[in-house]
Design a protein around this ligand. Structure first.
Ligand SMILES: [Fe+2]
Length: 187
C-alpha cells in the first residue's frame, strides 16, 4: 500500500499488470491538505502526517486494471492499495505545466510570507485563487531566494567575525541576524 500523500507534479498513472485501488482526493482543499502543509512541502521542509480517517469520504476511488490510465491532478492527495495478485506493475508520467510551476513557486513564497507574518498574525492568501496574484508571487520568489542566500552568507560571515574579534559594529547588528526579516528570507 502507498499511504496518503500528494506530489509536486501532475501524474498520468497507467496499470500494466495486476490490479490496484487508487483513491484520489480534490486538490486545493485546505480541509484535506492544509495550505501551510502544502506550502512547506513545496519548500522541501520535512513533511508531517497528513492522514485522518474522516478524509476518506472525500475520496474518488478507482478499481485499476491492466490497460487503465488515470490522471492524478497536481497536489491531489491520493493513496494506493494493491490488489490480491502477487505482482502489480504500473507506470507513472510526472509532468509540470507553466501553471503548476507558477503554483509551486507561489507556494514557496507563501511559505516564507507565512513564517514572516506568523508573529503578527498575518496569513497570505492561498495560492490558486487569483492567477494575477500567483504570477506576482512566483516572479518574486527568485529575488527573495537570492536575498535569503546573500543574507545567509553575510550572517555567517558576521558571526564568524564576531567570534574572532568581537568587533562592536558587528555586535550592534546582532539583533537583525535572527529578525523576522531573516525569517522571511528563509535563513
Ligand atoms: Fe504519488
Amino acid at each position: 500500500m502507498t499511504p496518503f500523500h500528494f506530489d509536486r507534479y501532475s501524474n498520468f498513472l497507467m496499470q500494466i499488470r495486476g490490479s490496484k485501488q487508487v483513491a484520489v482526493f480534490p486538490n486545493f482543499r485546505d480541509d484535506i491538505v492544509p495550505n501551510d502543509v502544502c506550502e512547506a512541502y513545496m519548500a522541501r521542509e520535512p513533511s508531517v502526517t497528513l492522514w485522518r480517517d474522516e478524509l476518506d469520504r472525500h475520496a474518488e476511488k478507482f478499481d485499476f486494471q491492466p490497460g487503465d490510465a488515470l490522471h492524478i491532478p497536481y497536489i491531489s492527495g491520493h493513496y494506493v492499495k494493491n490488489g490480491a495478485e502477487d505482482v502489480s506493475i504500473s507506470l507513472s508520467f510526472f509532468f509540470q505545466t507553466d501553471e503548476t510551476l507558477r503554483w509551486s513557486n507561489a507556494m514557496q513564497l507563501n511559505h516564507r510570507l507565512r513564517k514572516w507574518g506568523r508573529p503578527v498574525g498575518f496569513s497570505p492568501h492561498p495560492v490558486g485563487l487569483s492567477s494575477a496574484r500567483d504570477v506576482m508571487k512566483a516572479r518574486m520568489l527568485p529575488a527573495v531566494t537570492g536575498a535569503g542566500a546573500a543574507f545567509h552568507r553575510v550572517r555567517n560571515w558576521l558571526r564568524g567575525t564576531r567570534t574572532a574579534s568581537g568587533a562592536s559594529a558587528m555586535v550592534a547588528m546582532a539583533p537583525w541576524l535572527d529578525s523576522p526579516v531573516a525569517s522571511m528570507l528563509g535563513v
